[in-house]
Design a protein around this ligand. Structure first.
Ligand code: PMP
Length: 323
């Protein structure tokens, strides 16, 4: 926990997990002035504990902070908070393959007032919690519901920020997806020919027959996924052509239908990489390419997970030792 009052950051302390007291008028409770990150720490074979690209999380947290009118958190304080917490909770880092310690840094506006303005007192905290393999070990393709009633974000909005409000706005769409028997929701840019944006909690990639990879460009309305940028790099290392561009739902439907698109997958910290199965758009069902977990998906997944767990070489120095 590090509280920033007038004195700024640098007074971090470890607290036992438990409820936190807040004034009922705390700004976060009324205006949602809040941001967060999601990360994982893995135990390597020699018992050392590592995390993946924490500088990228620190940078994204600070971009989110700027958008939500919250103060910047120096990268060194961010990294130190992870080191101290994981050192104290070392025994909580699972030893089983693929399991990790999930880390949830977050910043909330704690100042009590009811006017609408940025808070002057905020609190930065990190929660640690052991996480099982996201999909229980097996890699079942996720089914997707196309959200036609709700957008996740608009230009100039908070789409690129990792703030609670974006997720609050996505919940009704997620309920709709579940009501239609789907695991995840797909958001479109309804003002741009139904360009594919992202899932409720993951970015999206398409593998084309010619070997190229396509992922929606960072339009300011999708989350700048760290898994996404890592996959782009690993694919380029392999000499694959990676395009960040607009891809519409029509191109998805036609591409899968004609065999032009051979694999579709989603990615994020929690699941790393997971194949996308069936896509439901109202009564219209777009089936997954066959096989849904194709060669490129599985091979990049194995490499990325291998880097994170210390099983394969880390060519870009993405790992940071915490303990
Ligand atoms: N999009 C959304 C909406 C997300 O919540 C996440 C998870 N943080 C992602 C994409 C993937 O981001 P990352 O790879 O940094 O976990």
């Amino acid at each position: 926990v590090d509280d920033s009052g007038e004195g700024g950051w640098g007074n971090a302390r470890l607290e036992a997990y438990g409820p936190i007291a807040m004034d009922p008028a705390a700004a976060v409770l009324h205006y949602g002035q809040e941001i967060f990150e999601g990360m994982k720490a893995y135990r390597h074979a020699d018992d050392s504990i590592w995390t993946f690209r924490p500088e990228a999380n620190a940078a994204r947290l600070n971009r989110s902070a700027a958008r939500l009118a919250l103060p910047q958190l120096p990268e060194e304080i961010f990294l130190e908070s992870l080191r101290q917490l994981v050192a104290a909770d070392k025994e909580w880092v699972p030893t089983r393959d693929g399991e990790s310690l999930y880390l949830r840094p977050f910043m909330i506006a704690t100042e009590a007032f009811l006017g609408v303005r940025p808070a002057r007192e905020v609190s930065y905290r990190v929660i640690a919690s052991p996480a099982a393999n996201y999909f229980g070990g097996e890699l079942a393709p996720v089914s997707i519901w196309v959200s036609r009633n709700y957008a996740r974000a608009g230009r100039g909005g908070t789409g690129a920020a990792k703030c609670g409000g974006n997720y609050a706005a996505s919940l009704a769409a997620q309920l709709e997806a579940e009501a239609h028997g789907c695991k995840q929701v797909l958001f479109l840019d309804q003002f741009n020919n139904n360009a594919v944006e992202e899932l409720g909690g993951m970015n999206v990639f398409f593998v084309f027959k010619d070997g190229s990879l396509v992922t929606p460009s960072l339009s300011g309305t999708i989350l700048e996924g760290i898994t996404r940028s890592s996959i782009i790099q690993l694919a380029q290392d392999r000499g694959l052509n990676v395009q960040e561009r607009t891809i519409t739902l029509d191109e998805w439907r036609d591409g899968v239908g004609s065999g032009e698109i051979t694999e579709v997958f989603a990615c994020g910290t929690a699941a790393v990489i997971t194949p996308i199965g069936e896509l439901k758009d109202g009564d219209d069902v777009i089936s997954a390419p066959d096989p849904s977990a194709g060669e490129v998906t599985m091979s990049i997944r194995e490499q990325l997970l291998g880097i994170q767990t210390g099983a394969v070489e880390d060519p870009h120095g993405w790992l940071t030792r915490l303990v």
